[in-house]
Design a protein around this ligand. Structure first.
Ligand code: KIV
Ligand code: ZN
Length: 515
């Protein structure tokens, strides 16, 4: 029997710490539901004590998720741990994840504590956490740069206090595969009660080795939990990419001899959802989930693939959820065909009213665009989900004029609450003019941090997907809009971001702002 590796997803916590990737409560719930479909073992939903917004988001994820364990991060103190336990009350299965730095540098400079004080605090916090939950993870922050003797003492002590998982992060992405694997192995050999806990790896990608380090932690070091994020999202250069870990374990089962419980066909939908919500576009040559990951353009490769797929393919695109960009529906497709395609894509619609609303969006799109692809349907469903989150501002129509040598003008008509309004403005380009027109009325004064356009399928017939990131008063929000007309998509994205700024329950404080 192959050993099982626990997949601990931290997209909603460590992934969210990437500047600009902060998510609203509803966005976290949407991603958590997809992570559950992916069958991840543990979903780290956030850091409850970091803000009221994150506390609410973790509570909502805990209530929504049924199959995966839901986890909250906490500093190793009573207040944070209590907050984590409170946020997780509704969870079917919950985990509290307490962390404390153990490296000489972090203890001296950041914590200003002696090693003995750190040891005592680690013990005390785990003892306290055990009164609130059974499943307790302890992370030795900056663990890989800690002194081995001291780290062994801390780990032994927290296992004695009841920690059930021991995580050794390479917080700054300094490790190399062999050294990290050996480090984990030495720790597990020297800690006398090491068999009483599951060992976990958590690697950052500063030197591009997070996935390799994590796999070495498992193969050489004997860890049985990997902490990772969808698309490798995370602070600085990011975290270990879940999709690469899962496909490495599966494709090289001959070498790793491990299994995990992930449904790999849900990987690409998860990647697209996270990219769409955070505005972090996936690079085309990204392993597994990049648009080119399975594209063979050279003649020699195409010829080989036609003769036998194994010549140049070590994985199948369909196994990780890529659909063949096929035309699935069109103008004449009915409600039943639309509903069936949603089911095939694994998109659950609970209420009939939601299906009706999505079908109206589909028909509107089919009038504009003759070929409707799976990606279009996923975008329609994301728009519907975003609309459910509340639309104070709603796009109605747009007309614009641009001509070489003239300053572009745009007129945008949109709803503000119950009132329809129109406004005209000029700008450097048609997009700038349209956003200026909206701003004439709304006067948000928000700072624009990001504007990006992405074609959701191939060719100029594709819908454009626009992401706009705005900042105001310490809040950062992302708005996404899709439309075959990229100027209209831009206006929709801008209004979607303004909706989040307008509704305080939607606009969450940046997760990095810990109290
Ligand atoms: O990178 C790190 O050290 C962390 C811990 C808080 C687990 O994210
Ligand atoms: Zn981390």
């Amino acid at each position: 029997m192959s050993d099982k590796v626990i997949i601990f997803d931290t997209t909603l916590r460590d992934g969210e710490q990437s500047p600009g990737a902060s998510m609203t409560k509803d966005e976290k719930v949407r991603i958590a539901r997809q992570l559950e479909r992916l069958k991840v073992d543990v979903i780290e939903a956030g850091f409850a004590a970091s803000s009221e917004g994150d506390f609410q988001a973790i509570s909502a994820v805990a209530a929504a998720v049924k199959d995966s364990i839901v986890c909250s991060l906490a500093r190793a103190n009573d207040k944070d741990i209590t907050r984590a336990a409170d946020a997780l009350k509704a969870a079917n299965a919950k985990r509290i994840h307490a962390f404390l730095a153990t490296s000489p540098l972090h203890m001296a400079v950041k914590l200003r504590m002696s090693p003995e004080e750190v040891l005592e605090q680690a013990k005390r916090s785990i003892r306290f956490a055990r009164n609130l939950a059974e499943d307790i993870e302890f992370s030795a922050e900056d663990g890989y740069r800690s002194e081995m003797d001291f780290l062994c003492r801390v780990v032994e002590a927290v296992i004695n206090e009841g920690a059930t998982t021991i995580n050794i992060p390479d917080t700054v992405g300094y490790a190399t595969p062999e050294l990290y694997g050996e480090f984990m192995k030495t720790l597990r050999t020297r800690v006398p009660n090491s068999d009483k806990a599951v060992w976990s790896v958590h690697c950052h990608n500063d030197l591009g080795m997070a996935v390799a380090n994590s796999l070495a932690g498992v193969k050489i070091g004997g860890a049985r939990q990997i902490e990772c994020t969808i698309n490798g999202l995370g602070e600085r250069a990011g975290n270990t990419a879940l999709e690469e870990i899962v496909m490495a374990l599966r494709t090289r089962k001959d070498y790793f001899d491990m299994v995990c419980g992930i449904d790999a066909t849900q990987i690409v939908p998860a990647s697209k959802l996270v990219s769409q919500i955070t505005g972090f576009v996936v690079q085309p040559n990204k392993a597994v989930v990049g648009a080119n990951a399975f594209a063979h353009t050279s003649g020699i490769h195409q010829d080989g693939i036609l003769k036998n797929r194994d010549t140049y393919e070590i994985m199948r695109a369909e196994d990780v959820g890529w659909s063949a960009n096929k035309i699935v529906l069109g103008k004449l497709s009915g409600r039943n065909a639309f509903k069936q395609r949603l089911q095939e894509l694994g998109i659950a619609i609970e209420a009939e009213a939601d299906l009706n609303e999505a079908f109206v969006r589909f028909k509107t799109l089919a009038d504009q665009k003759s070929e409707i692809f799976d990606e279009d349907i996923i975008a329609i469903m994301s728009d519907s989900a975003a609309a459910e989150e509340g639309e104070f501002y709603k796009f109605i129509s747009l007309s614009q004029h641009s001509e070489t040598g003239e300053r572009p003008k745009s007129k945008v008509t949109f709803r503000v609450g119950d009132k329809e309004t129109s406004s005209e403005a000029e700008g450097n380009g048609p997009v700038d003019a349209s956003l200026n027109a909206i701003e004439e009325i709304v006067k948000s004064g928000a700072e624009q941090l990001l504007y990006s356009v992405n074609a959701i399928t191939s060719g100029t017939q594709s819908q454009g997907e626009v992401t706009v990131r705005l900042a105001k008063g310490g809040r950062i929000v992302n708005g996404v809009g899709t439309d075959p007309d990229i100027i209209a998509a831009s206006a929709k994205a801008y209004l979607s971001a303004l909706n989040k700024l307008h509704d305080p329950s939607q606009a969450k404080l940046n997760a990095q702002m810990t109290p």
